[in-house]
Design a protein around this ligand. Structure first.
Ligand code: NAI
Ligand SMILES: C[N+](C)(C)CC(=O)CC(=O)[O-]
Length: 321
């Protein structure tokens, strides 16, 4: 059976940080959105988050007909998914919860509607175990803020049809995203394995009293963070090898990987470490609210995205290159 790839109605289950980001992206692309979240006050919180994201989406450019009032909030899973052309689940990261939720979602959804999960690292073969028509079930792992960052990692499980991966690619691309197919089903996929390695090392640096959270963030944002928006680690290090490129880089810096610079196993999350991290980030946040910081992040991201797009075009490249 062919899967639906031209979507008009987007179903969102779970409307926290990530679910609301999906809703904002889908609305900005001119879709009708149906959302469900079991928490009391979830609808109001969702509408508030979308309103906070909307100015950035307007600056980026809305699709014809895009409007915040094309969101309908419903009371049951079945109402949410029954008529949807595409379904994205963004519920808490718990295997038991996702297993139970997907059994219900897939039983009520149209069999040709692709179902995506936002999971950061759970395995689709496991949490789609009890799903109806598991051949249309994928992971679509986004990055925060979902309504601005293009990357979405697509991961299939043992029973996912190759056509479903292709259909998911088409759908996410139509939503303005840059899909990356993770060909092997591994915990943490690609991006979160990289991000977690950095995060573990950062916690060790705080735990060992080497640096504050603010100093560690400075080390990222004034250095590698700037170049990461347009060039990844491998190409960056090719340039760092000079004219001799990556082979020279490997022989010069490869052996240092065996030196004990890094810790890799996670530090114990002691009360002191948690307090140091929370106090450090509170100081970084200062008097600014989370919503104000989100607006600052969104505006800066838009500026970076624009700059990268323009510079790539000047060098004969498309944004997705
Ligand atoms: N926060 C992040 O940076 C990222 C999170 N993710 C993934 O997105 C998913 C959601 O994470 P967040 O939005 O951060 O969490 P969150 O805690 O902000 O939101 C989760 C929402 O799910 C709702 N919920 C609770 N039980 C539910 C159920 N049985 N069915 C449906 N919804 C339910 C909660 O009321 C809440 O609104 C997780 O799988 C997470 O791994 C993916 C990328 C980034
Ligand atoms: C912390 N996290 C693992 C939930 C982060 C992600 O999954 C992606 C992101 O937005 O950094």
């Amino acid at each position: 059976m062919p899967f639906i790839t031209k979507i008009k109605t987007f179903a969102a289950l779970g409307s926290g940080v990530i679910g609301s980001g999906w809703v904002a992206r889908a609305l900005a692309h001119g879709l009708d959105v149906i959302a469900w979240d079991p928490a009391p006050g979830a609808e109001q919180a969702l509408r508030k988050r979308i309103a906070n994201a909307w100015p950035a989406l307007e600056k980026q450019g809305l699709a014809p007909g895009a409007a915040q009032d094309r969101l309908t909030f419903v009371a049951t899973i079945e109402e949410c998914v029954r008529d949807a052309d595409f379904i994205q689940e963004s519920a808490p990261e718990r295997l038991d919860l996702k297993l139970d939720l997907h059994a219900k979602i897939s039983a009520a959804a149209r069999p040709d509607a692709i179902i995506g999960s936002s999971t950061s690292g759970l395995l689709p073969s496991e949490f789609y175990e009890s799903s109806t028509h598991p051949e249309r079930c994928v992971v679509g792992h986004p990055f925060n803020p979902v309504y601005l960052l293009p990357l979405v990692e697509i991961v299939g499980g043992k029973r996912t049809a190759p056509e479903a991966i292709e259909a998911a690619k088409t759908i996410y691309t139509a939503l303005g995203m840059r899909p990356l197919h993770v060909r092997k089903e591994v915990p943490g996929f690609i991006a979160d394995r990289l991000l977690e390695a950095l995060w573990r090392e950062a916690l060790h640096l705080v735990n060992d009293g080497v640096a504050t959270t603010g100093e560690i963030d400075d080390a990222i944002r004034f250095g590698a963070g700037l170049r990461w928006s347009f060039m990844g680690t491998f190409l960056t290090y090719t340039l760092a090898g000079g004219d001799a490129g990556m082979r020279h880089f490997m022989s010069q810096f490869g052996p240092a990987l065996k030196l004990p610079w890094t810790y890799l196993p996670a530090p114990e999350l002691t009360d002191k470490l948690i307090d140091d991290v929370v106090d450090g980030t509170a100081e970084q946040q200062g008097e600014r609210s989370i919503a104000a910081l989100e607006r600052y992040r969104d505006d800066t991201l838009l500026a970076v995205l624009d700059a990268v797009k323009t510079s790539k075009a000047n060098h004969g490249m498309a944004f997705g290159d």
